[in-house]
Write a protein that binds this ligand. Structure first.
Ligand SMILES: C[S@@+](CC[C@H](N)C(=O)[O-])C[C@H]1O[C@@H](n2cnc3c(N)ncnc32)[C@H](O)[C@@H]1O
Length: 194
């Protein structure tokens, strides 16, 4: 099943999802994030000077972990105001910056970014947005050393909020990078470090 079979989801759709019990169930739990962090930090050495941007950050569970693990200059971007409000209200002393951002139209907020992360967003992008965003990411990363980390579902269901990336899309995403590391995170989840 390909993403063309699903309707495009708007910010309003995602706002409603972020208010629903489904989102509470889906919210990335710490244990799940820590397994993923082990993969992420096997490739990234965090330091204070690093700049990170988390695309489609949702309620910020992963974004906050990046800050907690030492990447203090982290910005989370999402087009759901409901998600961003929840993200910004986390009771922690050091928080990421959060900004409203739409992948279909908006630029990225910085140049020379050390690492861009993108958890479970790519599945929902249409082909034109996918191509545009990939160009933007390449232009915005630090030359040579800048990295893109993506995690995604591989299993597609009939639920439009639980899409999976096909191998063909994963292969296309991986083309032309200096690094192309692919990880299995679970039976229906994978990650790329590019
Ligand atoms: C499945 S959630 C993942 C959230 C978070 N990254 C995580 O791992 O928990 C997908 C997120 O992508 C956001 N999103 C979907 N399409 C988007 C777009 N065109 N621009 C910005 N954000 C988008 C949604 O609002 C939602 O918060």
């Amino acid at each position: 099943m390909t993403h063309e079979l699903f309707p495009a989801l708007t910010a309003t759709d995602w706002d409603a999802w972020h208010r629903s019990p489904a989102a509470e169930e889906r919210v990335v739990n710490a244990e799940r994030c820590f397994a993923e962090l082990a993969v992420f930090f096997s490739r990234t050495t965090p330091c204070r000077e690093m700049v990170a941007v988390d695309l489609g950050c949702g309620t910020g569970a992963w974004t906050q972990l990046l800050v907690d693990w030492g990447i203090t200059h982290t910005t989370g971007l999402d087009f759901s105001t409901v998600a961003l409000k929840k993200a910004a209200s986390r009771p922690v002393s050091s928080t990421p910056r959060y900004d409203l951002w739409d992948a279909t139209t908006d630029p990225l907020p910085a140049r020379n970014i050390d690492v861009i992360t993108c958890r479970y967003l790519w599945e929902y992008l249409d082909p034109a947005t996918e191509e545009r965003l990939l160009d933007l990411i390449r232009q915005s990363l630090k030359p040579v050393m800048g990295a893109l980390y993506l995690s995604f579902r591989t299993a597609t269901t009939t639920d439009p909020f639980q899409r999976g990336l096909t191998d063909e899309r994963i292969d296309r995403l991986s083309e032309g990078w200096l690094r192309q590391d692919r990880f299995t995170l679970g039976p229906s989840d994978g990650a790329l470090y590019l």
